[in-house]
Design a protein around this ligand. Sequence first.
Ligand SMILES: *Cc1c(COP(=O)(O)O)cnc(C)c1O
Length: 393
Amino acid sequence: MSNTRRSVVRRSVEPHSVTTPLVSPLYASVVYRAADADTLDAVYEGRDKGFAYAREGHPNAEILAEKLAWLEGAQRGVMTCSGMSAVSAVLLGLLEAGDHVLAGNQLYGRSLRLVSQELPRLGFATAMVDLCDLVAVERALRPDTRLLLVEVVANPTLRVADIAALGELAARHGFLLVVDNTFTTPLALRPLELGAHVVVHSVTKLLAGHSDVTLGFVGAAEELLGPVVENVMTFGLNASPFDCWLAERGLNTLEVRFERAQANARALAAFIKRQPGIRRVLYPGDTDHPDHALAQRLLGANPGNMLCFELEGGRPEVNALMRALRDIPYAPTLGDVCTMISHPASSSHRGLAPEARAALGISEGFIRVSVGIETLDVLEEDFGQAIAASRDG
Ligand SMILES: *Cc1c(COP(=O)(O)O)cnc(C)c1O
C-alpha cells in the first residue's frame, strides 16, 4: 500500500550504469542535495569536493574551465556569462579603492567604455594608451597603477601589441598585466607564458565558434583567481550550464576550425588585394602589415582569421557590397564558422568623431572580415562579385 503512494515529483534516481557517458552530461540542476548538514559543511570548507548551488559552480562550467585553463597554461580558470563579465570580474576582483587602471586605447568597444566611463564613475582613475608605443605606455604608468588591460590584436586595425615586452614592463613595475586573448586564442599565443598575470576570453567568439553561446573565461594563478571567482559568485556573473555544454562541443573542433579559417584568411587577403577598387588590405600574416615582424615573432604561424580591407569610395559602395554579398552576412560578431563582415564606421566605432576614426585609419570604406571555414572558392566567388558590384554602385 505504502509503495503505491509515490510521488512523481522529484523522486527519480540516477539510473545505475557500470558504463559512463562519452559526452559530458548537461547538468541543468540549480541545486545539489546533501546527505546532511555535515556533508555540506565539508564542501563549503573545502574538505570535500561537491557542488551546492549553480551560481557558485556546476559541473559543465568546471569541465569547460578546466579545459580552457589547460589550453592557456593557467593554474585555474572560471567561466562567466559573457566576455564582458569576464573582464568585469577581473576588475571587480583585483582592484582596490584608489587603484589606477591603464588600458589599451583600441580595446573592444565595451571594454573601452568600462575603463573610460564605468571605472571612473566608481572612483578609479584610468588612462588609455597606444600599446604600439612602449615608451608612451611606460610614461603613463603611475606608482598606484595596479593593472594594465590589453588585447593582442586590436579591433579593427589589427595592430599587434608586444605582449612579451609588456610582460617585462609589468614585472619591472609591479602591475598586473591582463590580456584579452579573444582574437588570438591559446593556439596562437599563451599570454601567461609571456609575463601576463591574467588571461580573459570572450568564449562567444572563436573558442565556442558557432555564434550560439555567450560566455567568458578568466584564467590565472590560484591566488589571483580566487578573488575573481568570489566576485563571479557574488555579483552573479556565472555561466549557464547549457552554454558551457555547447561551448565544450564547439571546442572539440577549435584546432581544425582555426587552421582552416587562417588558411582561408591568408588566401582571401591575397585575393582581395588583386581586385580593382581596393585601396588596401590589412592582414597580420602579410609582409606589408605594419606589425608583420612582431606578429611573426609573437603568433608564429597563427596570424589569425581576421582581415580588413578598404574600398575606394564610401558608404554607397559599402552598402552596394553588403547587398551584393550572397552568402556572407553583415553581422557584428567574429570567430564564427561562417565568414562575416562588419563595418566599424557604422557599428563598433560609430561613437567616435570622424576625425578620431580617421586617426585610427577607419574610413567609411573600411570593412572587417571574420573569415570562417567555408571552401575558399565560395569565398573568392562571393567577394569577387560583390566587390565588382560595389564599383558599379
Ligand atoms: C566580443 C569581445 C568581447 C566581449 O565578449 P562578449 O562575449 O560579447 O561579452 C571582449 N573582448 C573582445 C576582444 C571581443 O571580441
